[in-house]
Ligand binder design. Structure first.
Ligand SMILES: C[S@@+](CC[C@H](N)C(=O)[O-])C[C@H]1O[C@@H](n2cnc3c(N)ncnc32)[C@H](O)[C@@H]1O
Length: 466
């Protein structure tokens, strides 16, 4: 068996999926940070490219990243690269033979794959590409079915599908190390999930959020707007303990109308715990409860390693909180305490974010991360709209476009200090820290010409979302 410990200064090549482009760099940086490693790209680094060469890593680091990444497809130990096949040849022939030989000796078996990005090659051309590598000193036997080592020749034809060059822009050759976790996107698809709702978060984005939050084994993760628990599902997959709250009694108790086509009511075991059971992570389930995020019930302490959430935008679910506009309210009659449904009032988006940042500043451990979605109206968006807090520093801000004029931004913040007396709880009305005034712009403009009926329905709903 080849040993890889004594081979210095290796470069690794990541092959990334060309979707969710904005989310890839923060994901890889967060996974590196989990291993205490900096992000060190080579001098040709282009963020939008499907290929990134990284320095300063060990094979173990790369395997660790690939065991978590849903943005990276595969990783390779880079043996050579160049703008042309002739440059590739020179580069490969300069690669230290002691780095190659453990994988090429006569008792080994191997296979070479040819991968092209933004161009399809005929089978015969692929074979020609492999034959042209005859200058590499492979002594082992070819095994297409179960090789010990897999090598890959990768040709990059750029990112413009309307302008595909005759020859590749760049070529890489490397030894395959590991695949990423793209399979999780399929295996955890909400289409086949036991318990879903109208706003269940897409599996791929849920895993990306868990990665941006640097969730790790035995962490305690909290989602204050838990809904059907998609974010808890993702975090439990990475072996974190998970808990959440939601104002909607029906969602927390898995009751009420089903979101599935052809099914009127939710079945008996449609709840978040059952979702975790479906993926074999029930032991990471702590609990969920009905609670209003604007009036949380937690003792004042740093309780959570990460807070990951998708707050309501008031488009497909209501943005309500308990409380009344009246100056004086009567407590419920003692005969009806059990069945009492509190009055609710609108929960303004800017208040939601102020409360969320205040809550995170109080309840995250130092170094713990808050990851949440901020909806924006694109023509009016500027970076200054992102809410700030003296105890939280912004790590990343990635855009996902929703329509020609609306998008949502995935904001990642890290707790850097405990709140001090003077920081207080910063105020909802304080424009220094909560300049996000996107509520009306986002909601009203989202609906302009989109679906006016939904906003009417939304205004009618009460705290149970009914
Ligand atoms: C966008 S959904 C979350 C979806 C969730 N990530 C999932 O995958 O199902 C927002 C949730 O916030 C809840 N919500 C609305 N107002 C709330 C409040 N004041 N406190 C707690 N939860 C609230 C809604 O009931 C809804 O389930």
């Amino acid at each position: 068996m080849a040993t890889t410990n004594s081979r210095p200064r290796l470069q690794y090549l990541l092959h990334l999926a060309q979707d969710n482009l904005d989310f890839r760099l923060p994901e890889i940086k967060a996974l590196l940070a989990l291993r205490g490693k900096p992000f060190q790209p080579n001098e040709n680094f282009k963020e939008k490219s499907p290929f990134w060469c990284l320095d300063g890593l060990s094979e173990e680091d790369v395997r660790g990243i690939m065991a978590r990444s849903v943005c990276a497809k595969s990783a390779f130990e880079l043996w050579g690269h160049g703008k042309t096949h002739s440059e590739l040849r020179t580069s490969l022939l300069n690669y230290p033979s002691e780095n190659m030989s453990p994988f090429m000796h006569k008792d080994s078996t191997y296979r070479i794959n040819v991968y092209t990005f933004n161009k399809t090659l005929e089978f015969s051309d692929r074979i020609k590409r492999i034959d042209a590598l005859e200058y590499l000193p492979f002594d082992g036997a070819v095994s297409l079915k179960s090789p010990q080592h897999i090598f890959c020749l990768m040709e990059d034809y750029g990112t413009d599908p309307n302008n595909i060059p005759e020859n590749p822009d760049y070529i890489y050759f490397g030894r395959w190390i590991a695949d990423g976790q793209r399979e999780l996107i399929r295996s955890h698809s909400v289409k086949n999930r036991h318990f879903i709702g109208n706003t269940s978060m897409d599996a791929g984005l849920s895993f990306i959020m868990a990665n941006h939050a640097k969730v790790k084994e035995n962490d305690l993760v909290f989602d204050p707007f838990v809904g059907t628990g998609s974010l808890l599902v993702a975090c439990s997959q990475f072996r974190a303990y998970v808990c959440g709250t939601d104002i909607d009694y029906n969602t927390i108790h898995g009751k009420g109308r089903s979101s599935r086509k052809n099914q009127k009511w939710r079945g008996p075991d449609e709840n978040i715990r059952a979702n975790l059971r479906q993926y074999g992570t029930e032991k990471m389930y702590v609990d969920v409860m009905v609670s209003d995020a604007s009036k949380h019930v937690w003792r004042a302490a740093a309780l959570f390693d990460a807070i990951i959430t998708d707050p309501p935008y008031g488009i497909r679910e209501s943005t309500r909180r308990t409380g009344s506009h009246k100056d004086v309210t009567r407590p419920p009659d003692s005969n009806y305490v059990e069945s009492h449904v509190p009055v609710s009032q609108a929960y303004h988006l800017s208040d939601i974010f102020t409360d969320l940042l205040n809550f995170s500043a109080q309840h995250l451990v130092i170094g713990g991360r808050l990851v949440y979605w901020l909806p924006v109206y694109i023509p009016e968006y500027c970076e200054e709209m992102v809410p700030l807090h003296p105890c939280l520093r912004i790590i990343s801000n990635c855009e996902q476009t929703l329509s020609s004029h609306t998008s949502r931004r995935l904001i990642t913040m890290e707790k850097i200090k405990e709140p001090e007396e003077l920081d207080g709880l910063f105020h909802r009305a304080d424009p220094r820290f909560s300049p996000y005034q996107g509520h009306n712009a986002f909601r009203e403009k989202y609906f302009s010409g989109v679906n006016k009926r939904c906003i009417k329905d939304d205004n009618k709903s009460n705290v149970n979302g009914e």
